[in-house]
Ligand binder design. Structure first.
Ligand SMILES: [Zn+2]
Length: 307
């Protein structure tokens, strides 16, 4: 069965047979210190709520792929998930960096795709009805069902302006599915947010691909939010999620100034030890001799000024 956006979906696809092979088949050997590495968690720190309320330009990692950004005076939430589990299946390992009731009302909510760890309907239903909800093509009705009225659907490379911010949906090497019968019926992507203080990019979920260079050729990115976890086993995940080295290569292809790590430490979705993504990312960064101040592996709730 092929959905509306089938021709844009990542290749090769992974079907139910692959999932069975992953879950029931022979496991890849684990590193010797797997248990110790798996016990690592992001710290949860105070300060995010105050920073977001101050009105100054700032990025706060809430956890997983969720960011709260203050840019151009607007409060922007990306892929908001505050839930204690993903659809009741994968429990949350650390608390959200800022409790939802201490997070200022969003002006703009960006959702990258319909996978349940990114489009969390229970969280989205609790967010401000005044906000503008921006989603890739085909996802609007899901947001409308929650009672929200200001919804904008975008195709790749199309943009929408809110106040001083211009928000563009950009390609990602990924796919979509809520239910087995609606695979690739809706679009997926990442977002570039151009504001007076600079340019932010959130990749959504993505495998490595030429889109990083294409996005980098069109935008001068200051802050690149990139996934670091969700990559093992590679035979299964390579077409949909970067590993830490591929994320760093993507960062290089983008020509971005700062790497903001995400998509790790919050929910167990794949086979790598929970603490492995930041360790591998730091190691690769060191091997390349890149400036350590440009690698932002934030604690949950940590606020970093955007300037
Ligand atoms: Zn996904």
């Amino acid at each position: 069965m092929s959905g509306r956006f089938q021709e844009r979906a990542t290749n090769p696809t992974r079907g139910p047979g692959d999932i069975l092979k992953w879950k029931l088949g022979k496991k890849e050997p684990r590193r010797e210190d797997w248990k110790d590495m798996d016990a690592v968690r992001p710290a949860v720190v105070d300060g995010g709520a105050v920073a977001l309320a101050s009105g100054d330009p700032v990025a706060v990692w809430i956890g997983h792929a969720t960011w709260a950004l203050r840019l151009g005076g607007k409060l922007v939430l990306v892929d908001p998930i505050w839930s204690k589990s993903i659809s009741g299946v994968a429990p949350r390992l650390v608390a959200p960096g800022v409790p939802l009731d201490q997070t200022p009302a969003a002006d703009i909510v960006l959702v990258t795709h319909d996978h349940r760890d990114h489009m969390d309907l229970p969280t989205l239903g609790k967010l401000s009805p005044e906000a503008t909800y921006i989603v890739p093509l085909g996802n609007g009705p899901r947001i409308a069902k929650l009672g929200h009225a200001r919804i904008v659907e975008l195709d790749w490379w199309k943009s929408h302006i809110v106040g001083d911010l211009e928000i563009t949906l950009v390609p990602a090497r990924h796919w979509s599915m809520r239910m087995p019968w609606n695979r690739n019926d809706t679009l997926w992507g990442g977002y570039v947010i151009e504001g007076p203080e600079g340019v932010a990019y959130h990749s959504g979920d993505t495998a490595y691909g030429e889109h990083f260079a294409e996005i980098g050729a069109r935008f001068s990115i200051d802050w690149a939010m990139l996934p670091t976890g969700g990559y093992a086993p590679r035979w299964f995940m390579e077409p949909q999620h970067v590993d830490p080295v591929e994320a760093a290569r993507g960062f290089e292809a983008l020509g971005a100034k700062n790497f903001l790590a995400m998509h790790w430490g919050t929910y167990r979705l794949t086979d790598e030890a929970i603490g492995e993504p930041p360790e591998r990312l730091r190691a690769y960064w060191g091997e390349r001799g890149w400036d350590a101040s440009r690698l932002w592996i934030l604690d949950a709730g940590e606020a970093r000024p955007l300037r």
